[in-house]
Unconditional design. Structure first.
Length: 588
């Protein structure tokens, strides 16, 4: 066997090749390991970022997705969930003269004449001014022809066949109930912010993505609101009054079930400040339509103050016997000026007779005994020394509450003159007078059961119980008889105050008010009805006083809203007036 020797050079070359392959393989493995490490680190960083974004700091993508599911502005509903204001996808009618031309210039903007197009639009929107639209179309200026166009009307506009009539889709604020509760709701202006009413009060909440997905429930009941506005409007028109105001208030919680100021405005027609300014002057008078007569206008509310004066006397201990009498046949001289009644009622009057016949003379004497400082303290406790307590931004400040409350001041205030407050002030004061003596602020927010504010005690419970008898007595025997809805046990007081003017009071212009509560055996609701400058007409037997115009409004309203609020008529149930009847019938 032959053995060949392998040269050393070949062996050395093979060893070097093996070493080179090992180094290459090692480098490849190191590179792969480095890629894996980098990939793991990048993946971990990405996962950490995703977790951070998802759990700690929601980013714009998440926010925009959430926002897309929310309305652009939160909804408002009544206490029962009835929608009052909601976001509404709508179209606008925009005139674009450049749409007919390529590049945006040259050529006629319309196929037909401006007059013909304006008539076509008038057929779709009857409230449009044909002359105004014709002028805008002929001018060639781009701009809105209408801001609110419903889908059906948008389709009709498209069928006109004019390219210059464009229909961009916009987010709109819609009020399904029309003008109902307009002074409560307010409106949303062109800048997207609320004005006047709860739209202004709740503006931030309604725009906040964190809260705008949940409707805001107000305290009002749209069934009650509709009935109140209907009866106020009917009463206002029947006596040619320049305005009217009314409120229905829960005496135990302070919740406003309805609040109306007439003439009203339609928030669906208020788009820009120019539009609302064009509605500011009503046809009936000088008061702006958006002005709230319930919360912002102060009046001398006259004889509706007399029960409060009597309540102060009973509570303060200056009246201990309802049968006690005061002279009523001679004018009461106050600082050289006579205080008179509309006619001579009798030689002397007791407390029930004072209220039944609404005597200024005896009410002034009762107030004088209470005294100015003590009367001012009661009125302050009843919230009448400050602007009306409610969430609305426009709240009137009382007049005549400052200064020296001497005997003269007390006498005039005792029958509702010399001080001016809003109907809301009066409603809250009456609620305290009939609910056991507790004053609570009025609110437009729904109050959950058991969550009513504690309020503050103004009158003793015994004083309140006696006043409930006296108020019921006025509706049975006195000036409130036209408000006595059978079975609903209404109680209340009329007030007919002359409006002040240049040189003194104007005897021919009155503010007529009826302040009521029901049912008087267990008062649950206060109702105020006020007419501004009513005239004597056939509907009021040619009388201008509250007994003939404001009281009948309450008499028609209570049977409509009572069953809706859980108060059913019961002819066999009433508050006990046994001890008052002899005093009412007592001779003078």
């Amino acid at each position: 066997m032959t053995v060949y020797a392998v040269p050393r050079t070949i062996i050395a070359g093979q060893a070097a090749l093996v070493d080179e392959r090992r180094r290459s393989l090692l480098i490849a493995r190191l590179r792969l390991l480095l890629v894996i490490v980098v990939f793991v680190l990048v993946a971990m960083a990405a996962l950490f970022k995703i977790a951070f974004i998802g759990l700690v700091q929601p980013g714009p993508a998440h926010q925009s997705m959430a926002d897309a599911l929310l309305p652009p502005r939160g909804e408002i509903s009544d206490r029962n969930g009835v929608p009052l204001a909601r976001a509404f996808p709508a179209y606008a009618l925009w005139y674009n003269p450049a749409a007919m031309t390529e590049g945006g210039d040259g050529g006629p903007p319309l196929v037909r004449t401006p007059e013909e197009v304006a008539l076509e639009l008038k057929a779709i929107f009857p409230d449009l001014d044909t002359h105004e639209i014709t002028q805008q179309l002929a001018s060639g200026r781009p701009g809105y022809l209408r801001r609110r166009v419903l889908p059906d009307d948008a389709n009709r506009v498209m069928r006109i066949g004019e390219l210059a009539l464009e229909l961009p889709q916009e987010d709109d604020r819609h009020y399904p109930q029309g003008s109902l509760a307009a002074h409560i709701l307010g409106y949303v202006a062109a800048d997207g912010n609320g004005r006047v009413g709860m739209e202004q009060v709740l503006n931030d909440r309604l725009l906040d993505p964190a809260t705008r997905g949940e409707p805001v429930a107000l305290s009002i009941d749209m069934r009650v609101q509709g009935a109140l506005e209907d009866e106020l409007r009917s009463g206002m028109l029947s006596v040619n009054a320049v305005g009217a105001a009314g409120i229905v208030l829960d005496v135990d919680t302070g919740e406003v079930l309805a609040l109306a100021s007439l003439p009203e405005f339609d928030p669906n027609q208020v788009v820009t400040e120019d539009v609302v300014l064009s509605q500011e002057r009503s046809d009936a008078g000088e008061m702006p339509r958006s002005f709230n007569r319930v919360t912002n206008q102060v009046y001398e509310l006259g004889s509706t103050f007399k029960p409060l004066t009597v309540a102060m006397g009973i509570d303060a201990g200056t009246i201990t016997d309802l049968g006690r009498t005061w002279q009523a046949s001679r004018p009461l001289m106050v600082g050289g000026n006579p205080v008179r009644d509309s006619h001579t009622i009798g030689e002397r009057l007791n407390v029930p007779q004072t209220l039944i016949h609404s005597s200024n003379i005896t009410s002034g004497q009762i107030a004088a005994e209470v005294g100015g400082p003590r009367m001012l303290d009661y009125l302050t406790q009843l919230g009448m020394a400050e602007p009306a307590y409610i969430e609305l931004p426009a709240r009137g400040s009382p007049l005549g509450m400052r200064g020296d409350w001497n005997e003269s001041k007390a006498i005039y205030a005792g029958f509702g003159h010399g001080i001016a407050v809003t109907p809301l002030h009066l409603a809250s004061a009456y609620a305290a007078m009939v609910n056991g003596g507790i004053w609570r602020p009025a609110t437009l927010h729904r109050v959950e059961p058991g969550q009513a504010p504690r309020g503050r005690r103004v009158f003793r419970a015994s004083t309140s119980a006696r006043m409930n008898q006296l108020l019921r007595m006025i509706a049975v025997y006195g000036t409130g008889r036209n408000a006595d809805a059978p079975g609903f046990r209404v109680g209340g007081k009329t007030g007919s105050a002359e409006k002040p003017g240049v040189g003194g009071y104007r005897r021919t212009t009155l503010v007529s008010t009826f302040a009521a509560a029901f049912p008087m055996d267990r008062p649950r609701y206060v109702v105020i009805a006020m007419l501004d400058e009513p005239q004597g007409t056939a509907a009021s037997s040619y009388q201008r006083t509250a007994a003939w115009n404001a009281a009948p409004i309450v008499g028609r309203l209570v049977p409509r809203i009572g069953p809706q609020l859980g108060v059913l008529p019961d002819a066999d149930r009433d508050i006990d007036l046994t001890d008052l009847r002899p005093l009412v019938e007592r001779g003078n």
